[in-house]
Design a protein around this ligand. Structure first.
Ligand SMILES: NC(=O)C1=CN([C@@H]2O[C@H](COP(=O)(O)OP(=O)(O)OC[C@H]3O[C@@H](n4cnc5c(N)ncnc54)[C@H](OP(=O)(O)O)[C@@H]3O)[C@@H](O)[C@H]2O)[C@@H](O)CC1
Ligand SMILES: Nc1ncnc2c1ncn2[C@@H]1O[C@H](COP(=O)(O)OP(=O)(O)O)[C@@H](O)[C@H]1O
Ligand SMILES: [K+]
Length: 519
């Protein structure tokens, strides 16, 4: 079965996103581990025709890959198979609750399982010379999975040697230990398995490994609906040695003689998300209004009270400084501003600077499409229209209802194939679509509440999207994370202040909300 959100192969980052998205849907991590353990047990049991006189060695790490191994130990033991578990490390260092529970169970089910927690390499080598080890039927590698980082450390390193030196059939769980699942690279050593039982989908780096893919209960919804996993991975960690400017430099181009709030809301949202610097480039006369929202904003004014071609050079200069640009909020429709916008957008399309186009910018884009001055958007541009704004760019009549997901997605993709780029279609459910010649993909957002249908919430969304872009996320991932967060902020504002919410309430809650969610 192939869906518009499916990936053929997945990375370690995808795995942790799916894991967190499953948790957002209410599926505890331990359920997935249990399914992983049982699926692997069934496959191994059948493939090697095991029976109650068989014996199996399982080498486990102290992460969740090891947890899978411990779970397999339980399931093999329930079939009468003798199991010899070697935990590589001190059991007090087992990292997660799920793995710890499986370790405790393995130590309770002593009829068929013998378990050892290895303190040093000498102890490991002695165990590998034991009669049980030498006479086992197979050996299972559950040392390292998708959580592997850097050089292989002891005692895992020696354990990999011991597995490779043994003549037993070798099965790796999820990833051959030591291999980078994203690249297939083996920096130093990895288990030479006979086959690998990998979970949910083939890992991106697997090339010449005999693999069996086991579903473990990660639901389709975890890939389709945007969730905590998407947000967590988009809020990138600030490196210890970062200096000012390395965690996002954003330029917001917006505002006009009539609108000063829209660019301010967008810029304030970006700052509250934690990016380093945000410059607001606004027309002359509204600079002080924008400044008054926060001394943390840097504000530059254009030459007149609406943007015109005379502002183009300065807009270019500031854009070359920025990691990402947002253009559109509050720009207005003055004919000189339309000319400025046209010149600027044609320039930025050629530059590949990541850019979000929102509000009045979208209407002006529509004009450019109609006049055939633009044929297609590039993949570095995100546009954030609601349905009416989208109609100003491409002609279409009605769409299937917001919750008829499969039909609506197909229709949206067919409409948007003409214009390309990344498109966030706002609504009760938001649809984030990446149009690509190879394969278009779509994700759906269900966070948010009807009380958000007030002025300004779209500006917050545009500010968040461009902020995620400025810290190095792809346009598609930025749009997904921003729309999910925007909806959660709406829900949280409603909880704090009741049903009458404003965009400013959402911004006010942003920092404490992220802190509460431990993001
Ligand atoms: N996500 C899912 O949906 C599901 C995932 N599942 C399973 O979880 C696995 C991922 O688990 P994970 O994230 O705990 O990482 P994992 O591979 O066990 O490694 C972490 C441990 O290894 C260690 N370590 C790291 N590098 C090292 C090195 N170079 N040399 C030596 N040690 C090294 C690291 O050490 P530490 O950093 O603590 O010192 C830590 O103890 C995944 O592959 C799948 O099998 C299933 O349960 C089903 C649901
Ligand atoms: N009825 C609704 N239910 C859930 N979310 C909504 C609803 N109406 C608007 N939103 C959310 O509010 C945000 C702003 O959307 P919208 O009001 O269309 O933008 P704009 O301010 O540009 O008009 C979007 O993230 C959208 O998903
Ligand atoms: K492994």
């Amino acid at each position: 079965m192939s869906f518009f959100f499916d990936k053929d192969t997945i990375t370690a980052e995808d795995v942790s996103q799916l894991d967190a998205n499953s948790a957002s849907l209410g599926i505890p991590n331990g359920y997935l581990m249990e399914c992983a353990g049982l699926q692997a047990t069934n496959k191994i049991y059948e493939h090697y025709k095991l029976n109650s006189s068989s014996s199996v060695v399982i080498m486990c790490g102290i992460g969740n890959n090891g947890g899978d191994g411990l779970c397999i130990a339980r399931h093999l033991a329930t079939r009468g198979i003798s199991v010899f578990v070697i935990l590589l490390g001190d059991s007090i260092h087992i990292r997660t609750q799920e793995s710890r529970l499986n370790w405790e169970l393995v130590n309770t089910l002593t009829l068929k399982i013998r378990s050892y927690s290895i303190k040093n390499i000498k102890q490991l080598k002695t165990l590998c010379k034991s009669e049980f080890f030498m006479n086992a039927d197979i050996i299972i590698d559950a040392l390292l999975g998708t959580g592997v980082t850097g050089k292989i450390r002891e005692p895992i390193s020696t354990a990999i040697d011991m597995i490779n030196q043994s003549n037993l059939p070798k099965i790796s769980i999820d990833v051959p230990s030591g291999m980078n699942p994203d690249t297939g690279q083996i920096t130093e050593k990895s288990v030479n398995c006979d086959f690998c039982i990998t979970f949910h989908a083939k890992k991106k780096g697997f090339a010449n490994i005999k693999t069996w893919v086991a579903p473990i209960g990660i639901p389709l919804e975890a890939s389709l609906f945007i969730g905590d996993g998407d947000l967590r991975s988009a809020i990138k960690k600030r490196d210890k040695d970062f200096h000012k400017g390395q965690y996002g430099k954003l330029l917001v181009i917006g505002g006009s003689s009539s609108y000063s709030g829209a660019p301010s809301l967008a810029a304030m949202s970006a700052l509250e998300l934690g990016i380093d610097l945000c410059i607001c480039f606004v027309p002359k006369g509204i600079g002080n209004v924008v400044r008054s929202f926060s001394p943390n904003l840097i504000v530059q004014e254009g030459v007149a009270e609406n943007f015109s071609n005379s502002d183009f050079l300065q807009a270019k200069k500031l854009s070359n400084w920025a990691d990402a640009v947002l253009i559109g909020p509050g720009l207005g429709k003055d004919p000189k501003t339309v000319e400025f916008f046209e010149k600027y957008i044609l320039w930025i399309l050629g530059k590949k600077i990541p850019c979000v186009v929102d509000a009045d910018g979208i209407k002006m884009l529509g004009k450019l499409f109609k006049e055939s001055k633009i044929a297609r958007l590039t993949s570095s541009i995100v546009i954030t229209p609601h349905m009416e704004e989208l109609k100003s760019i491409v002609r279409f009549k009605n769409l299937p209802k917001f919750d008829e997901i499969e039909k609506r997605t197909k229709k949206l993709i067919s409409i948007l194939e003409k214009i390309g780029g990344v498109i966030l279609v706002k609504g009760v459910y938001d649809y984030v679509i990446k149009i690509s010649k190879k394969r278009s993909i779509c994700r759906v957002n269900r966070s948010g509440c009807p009380e958000m249908a007030v002025g300004g919430t779209g500006d917050v969304l545009a500010g968040l999207t461009s902020a995620f872009l400025s810290i190095g996320n792809s346009p598609f991932n930025s749009a997904c994370a921003a729309v999910y967060l925007n909806g959660l902020l709406g829900e949280s504002a409603k909880k704090s202040y009741g049903p009458r919410i404003h965009a400013t309430d959402m911004i006010k809650n942003l920092k404490s909300f992220l802190l509460f969610k431990k993001f």
